[in-house]
Design a binder for this molecule. Structure first.
Ligand code: ZN
Ligand code: ZN
Length: 362
């Protein structure tokens, strides 16, 4: 049965791309499976609707033929991936949208990816991967190199990504007799329609191998645990994302690799508070230090720094320690450290101390 994608996204038939995007975001937030109120089936349906309506070509096709048409004109690649269970069932979400949605789910959405999938025979772009990486406050201030361990697809070394068992020969595809496509009859409201599809066995190339590579089952990629080092630049802030182009999953049949998105989570530090490139902290001083002035030590990200307290300092006064803040991204210029001084009002004064204070009218 044909689904009403417009209704699913809660938009009008004549909605523009912006409305469609808005409708999708709102509902995707609402029904995301990682949420308590989430509903996976609903989320998939919303995503399916969005994938169609956000693409002008698919939308035009849908407007004309309904949702069933798409399933025939674009055969699902998942069936071609027997024995390959690494990243299936992934939602097919545009990365722009994913970023927004992810920011709402935090660590619960530790790992995700967008899928291009792809037919067995054809080269396809590898999926993008999103990883949440936690770093410490100080590491964010000065930058850090982190080792990342990630399970992802890489190019099969046995067949060099071609999918062909070494030493075997190329033959004409039996499924499509070398034409690269097959014709299926589809029942629609207009009657039976002949739909031409790309051959799933050869990916439209008309040729296949006598024997598929035994290491990758002919896909040209294998799933492996990969370790690599990543440089996190000084000045990165919580929830910022680093894109590592080409570090996502390898593409089937030597297709272009996807990208890796590192979403940075900065662990809080109880000594400091970040405010853009500035760092804020509080320091307590005694009543007499405030009244008479003096020198105190303040902890900064560079270590202890002397701070001169002038006579008559009021509680809540903020002192600025220049260049003790966070680096601006990709520059040596640093922000400041702002120290708020809190004056401790004395308690448990003895009689003599009380008399002295009274004398001064304090
Ligand atoms: Zn292989
Ligand atoms: Zn074929």
């Amino acid at each position: 049965m044909s689904k009403d994608y417009y209704k699913i996204l809660g938009v009008e038939k004549n909605a523009n791309q912006e409305d469609i995007k808005k409708g999708f975001r709102k509902l995707a937030h609402q029904h995301h499976p990682d949420k308590k109120s989430g509903d996976e089936a609903k989320f998939k349906e919303i995503n399916e609707a969005y994938q169609t309506l956000s693409d002008p070509k698919k939308r035009a096709q849908y407007d004309q033929f309904g949702s069933d048409f798409g399933q025939y004109s674009q055969p699902s690649g998942s069936s071609g991936f027997e024995g390959f269970s690494g990243f299936n069932g992934g939602f097919n979400i545009n990365m722009d949208d994913l970023g927004d949605i992810l920011s709402d789910f935090g660590d619960s959405f530790g790992f995700s990816n967008r899928g291009g999938g792809g037919q067995r025979g054809r080269a396809s772009r590898g999926r993008d991967i999103q990883v949440v990486l936690s770093i410490d406050f100080i590491e964010a201030v000065f930058g850090v190199e982190k080792e990342i361990s990630l399970k992802k697809t890489i190019k099969c070394t046995r067949c060099k990504g071609e999918g062909m068992e070494p030493g075997t020969t190329v033959i004409t595809c039996k499924t499509c007799n070398g034409s690269g496509h097959i014709v299926k009859v589809q029942r629609t409201i207009f009657g039976n329609m002949q739909v031409q599809m790309t051959c799933g066995d050869c990916g439209g190339e008309g040729k296949t191998f006598k024997e598929k590579c035994t290491a990758c089952h002919g896909i040209g990629i294998v799933n492996e645990l990969v370790n690599f080092k990543v440089k996190i630049p000084a000045g990165i802030n919580n929830n910022e994302t680093i894109r590592l182009s080409g570090n996502g999953e390898a593409g089937a049949k030597n297709g272009q690799p996807g990208d890796l998105y590192l979403k940075i989570r900065v662990n809080p530090d109880r000594r400091f508070e970040r405010d853009g490139v500035n760092i804020k902290s509080q320091v307590k001083i005694s009543f007499s230090q405030a009244a008479l002035g003096g020198k105190i030590e303040v902890i900064t990200v560079d270590g202890l720094v002397d701070l001169k307290i002038p006579e008559g300092t009021q509680s809540g006064r903020v002192f600025i320690l220049r260049n003790k803040g966070v680096s601006h991204l990709n520059s040596h210029y640093r922000g400041d450290h702002l120290v708020e001084v809190i004056v401790k009002t004395p308690t448990n004064l003895n009689r003599k101390q009380k008399e002295v204070l009274k004398e001064f009218g304090l």
